[in-house]
Ligand binder design. Structure first.
Ligand code: FDA
Length: 386
């Protein structure tokens, strides 16, 4: 069988790409349903883009590569599309846009936009070669089918959540056609600590600024029985390297030292730990009491000691043992080296007619709708060129 374009992967980027092509396009996916990550994203409401989708909110070896696609198909274009389909949405926080009702509406919208494009589910790629056209041997629900395609778009995503069908297929195909693949690692992932260090305070959530490398994120931090999670930690995890420390400020926007000085005059007999529980959850204060010697009464604190306590709580340095890995990571950092791709069309510089889009490419966004926007923009860019 012959098609103009074969798209591997009916996820966010693959469907968006197919929506630009329509006719003479076949999309295959080994899953039972298209857009499974869209379905489970954002707690079932899909954080589909971000109002502040600026290029500096993306990681990758080349900090400029993603600019072209993101500028040509912007968050406003996707908001337009969503609104045209009558999907109700709202801004939750920090520019993050979610469906009011269900992520399934985004999948249905993309399916509708795909128009005449064919979609084969439960279909796996068994072999791929190029002899002037791409020749893909597929296993379609147990049946062997050979497809010849002038163009091939690889949209099979990264390695995160293998249980949902994530595979390294895109990287294998990239290498087959002479592309470099950077080191990959889990991103937007909870960090782990040995010996159930935070088990006693698991479930406690606090405002925080978490720093890793040069990056700092002010959002909520969540203690879990395995370690640390919550948006500030997930964000920082993308900048964290094995063996490195992270730094946690537990007092963003508050003047603890000033408050302790005032309270020392007003309530000198009060225990320091009791006073701190006005600023931080009591369970957390109890957990920190030994580490930072939070014993004694307010009246006994010198100015220096007050400053020391504030500094300790603002620069709590922790060394994660690792991360929860691809099992729970929202994204894969790294991927297909961008030097081998056109930033305008996502086409291979090694093999004309071959395109790579979405998470498989070495472009990774922050938490908050940025990764879907990259999938929409890169899928759109390839689809337009085809
Ligand atoms: P995607 O993973 O969407 O699609 C790849 C497709 O290829 C899948 O359908 C898969 O089945 C198929 N495939 C893989 N290997 C194959 C093979 N060997 N043969 C055939 N088919 C194959 N981002 C965001 O911006 N906002 C959010 O709210 C969230 N929330 C979120 C929650 C969770 C739990 C996760 C894991 C991730 C997110 N993300 C997110 C990230 C976002 O889901 C991700 O960046 C995009 O889905 C990437 O789109 P792609 O199309 O590149 O890959």
């Amino acid at each position: 069988m012959q098609v103009g374009t074969l798209i591997l992967g009916a996820g966010a980027a693959g469907m968006m790409c197919a929506a630009q092509i329509g006719n003479d396009c076949l999309v295959i996916d080994h899953a039972r349903a298209p857009g499974e990550k869209i379905r489970i994203s954002g707690g079932g409401r899909c954080n589909f883009t971000n109002l502040g989708c600026e290029p500096d909110r993306f990681l990758g070896e080349n900090p400029h590569f993603h600019k072209s696609a993101l500028a040509r198909y912007t968050q406003w274009d996707f908001i337009d599309l969503v609104s045209r389909h009558g999907i109700a949405w709202h801004e939750k926080t920090l520019g993050q846009l979610f469906c009011d009702h269900s992520a399934r509406e985004i999948i249905a919208m993309l399916r509708a936009e795909m128009g005449a494009a064919d979609l084969w589910l439960e279909t796996a790629l068994r072999d791929l070669r190029h002899d002037g056209t791409f020749v893909a041997t597929l296993d379609r629900q147990g049946q062997r089918v050979e497809i010849r395609a002038k163009r091939l778009v690889v949209a099979t995503g990264g390695k995160s959540i293998p249980k949902m069908g994530a595979s390294g297929l895109a990287y294998d195909i990239a290498r087959q056609f002479g592309h470099r693949v950077t080191d990959t690692r889990p991103g937007l992932v909870p960090l782990t600590f040995p010996d159930g260090r935070f088990r006693a305070i698991s479930g406690v959530s606090v405002p925080s600024v978490v720093r890793a490398g040069d990056a700092a994120f002010e959002e909520a931090l969540l203690f879990t029985h395995r370690g640390l999670s919550g948006p500030s930690v997930l964000q920082a995890s993308s900048y964290w390297r094995e063996g490195a420390p992270i730094e946690v400020d537990l007092l963003p926007g508050s003047d603890l030292a000033g408050s302790l000085r005032t309270r020392r005059k007003e309530a000198g007999r009060r225990a320091l730990a009791t006073e701190l529980a006005r600023h931080l959850p009591q369970k957390l204060v109890a957990h920190l009491a030994d580490e930072f010697d939070l014993s004694g009464r307010l009246g006994d604190l010198s100015d220096n000691r007050i400053d020391e306590i504030e500094l300790a709580l603002r620069t709590w340095t922790l060394r994660p043992a690792g991360s929860e890995g691809y099992r729970t990571a929202e994204v894969t950092l790294g991927g297909i080296g961008t030097e081998g791709l056109s930033s305008k069309t996502m086409e291979s510089r090694h093999m004309p007619g071959l395109h790579f889009v979405g998470e498989a490419v070495d472009v990774t966004g922050w938490l908050g709708g940025y990764n879907f926007q990259w999938a929409w923009s890169s899928g759109w860019a390839a689809g337009q060129a085809i």
